[in-house]
Design a protein around this ligand. Structure first.
Ligand code: ADP
Ligand code: MG
Length: 256
């Protein structure tokens, strides 16, 4: 049975999508079977996988609202050896329509059930809000991976976020675990970042990944080429960091 990991943080611009695309590509590079679900109407994970969000035939909208079978919604990422469920502006409508349907928070969970055992990992890129789409991701997931920047107030923000996730989980998915907290866009020359990083480790211990994602211009450039960093520039520190993260997720999985 594949492990379902939601990549979530209600803050925008913390590296959720970058993490989703690059960890999916890295995991696929280790020969794991991977599905990436883009749940953000911005469709950045879709474009970052080399799939044109304006051209794609079906998206998470058809999956969630029209209950189109998942096999008919999945496409191949153009760059990267993983499968993708795309998103575009239509997914905004899904968000609204979900409000009217029965058992709305379980739509995604039920939709992926038929293919769960076909994948080793299913990653879900969440929108930057605790919307109905994110609730669906939380209900479908085994665990949540939280990307965050080591800034002022990061610790408070993280405590509040983990608290919210726990409250949400107690309603829709009591089995939900915290997969890990990932430090993103890290600049080791920044003293504040180092201080916050130390505090994080003290407070959250093993929940914080050892792998740190550095601030790396290749990670920021790669999406404009519609590719994960490892396909854009394999030797970049960003590409290597996400390969290391995939390794760490695999090792952690073996321990539990
Ligand atoms: P989110 O999905 O949380 O909104 P993104 O992954 O889209 O965040 O990242 C926000 C912006 O920061 C994007 O322009 C992205 O290219 C850039 N970015 C993300 N991670 C890094 C990194 N490690 N180094 C440099 N730029 C990054
Ligand atoms: Mg995003």
């Amino acid at each position: 049975m594949g492990k379902v990991i939601a990549i979530a943080n209600q803050k925008g611009g913390v590296g959720k999508t970058t993490t989703a695309v690059n960890v999916a590509a890295s995991m696929a590079a280790t020969k794991r079977k991977v599905l990436l679900i883009d749940l953000d109407p911005q469709g950045n994970a879709t474009m970052g996988s080399g799939v044109d969000k304006y051209e794609v035939e079906s998206t998470a909208y058809e999956l969630l609202i029209e209950e189109k079978p998942i096999q008919e919604v999945v496409v191949q990422a153009t760059t990267g050896k993983y499968h993708l469920i795309a998103a575009n502006g239509d997914v905004t409508a899904a968000e609204i329509k979900l409000m009217e349907v029965f058992a709305r928070e379980l739509r995604l969970r039920n939709a992926i059930q038929p293919v769960r055992d076909q994948y080793d990992f299913i990653f879900i890129d969440c929108p930057p809000s605790l919307s109905q789409l994110t609730v669906n991701a939380m209900a479908a997931a085994d665990s949540v991976l939280v990307p965050m920047q080591c800034e002022y107030y990061a610790l408070e923000g993280l405590t509040a976020l983990l608290d919210t996730i726990q409250k949400l989980a107690s309603v829709v998915n009591p089995e939900l675990k915290i997969e890990g907290v990932l430090r993103t866009m890290y600049d080791p020359r920044n003293r504040l970042a180092n201080d916050v990083s130390e505090q994080l480790k003290r407070h959250f211990g093993e929940q914080v990944y050892r792998t740190v994602i550095p601030r790396n211009v290749r990670l920021a450039e790669a999406p404009s080429f519609g590719a994960p960093a490892m396909y854009y520039e394999k030797s970049s520190t960003g590409a290597k960091a996400y390969l290391a993260l995939a390794g760490e997720i695999l090792r952690r999985g073996k321990k539990t």
